[in-house]
Design a protein around this ligand. Structure first.
Ligand SMILES: [Zn+2]
Length: 81
């Protein structure tokens, strides 16, 4: 039985669930069946999901870059003071 990772669309909680074929998993927090299955290493799904993940990764990389540049400038100012 595969273990899937889900995000509940209703309460936004993430959880892992063992799922048998034909089973509909439900959120353990609010029992909603409106779930989004997360990507795992063994189940790569559609192209659009991959695109979205790539976009997310780029956004994270950009945020990290801005953060490090900010740190760098802070450093410069500290040295000038
Ligand atoms: Zn939920």
């Amino acid at each position: 039985m595969p273990i899937y990772e889900y995000t509940c669309r209703k309460c936004r909680k993430e959880f892992e669930q063992l799922v048998r074929t034909g089973d509909t998993p439900a959120c353990p927090h609010c029992e909603s069946e409106d779930l989004e299955r997360m990507l795992s290493l063994c189940s790569v799904s559609s192209e659009s999901t991959r695109q979205n993940n790539l976009k997310g990764a780029r956004a994270r990389a950009k945020a990290a870059k801005i953060e490090s540049e900010r740190e760098y400038h802070k450093h410069l100012h500290e040295h000038h003071d």
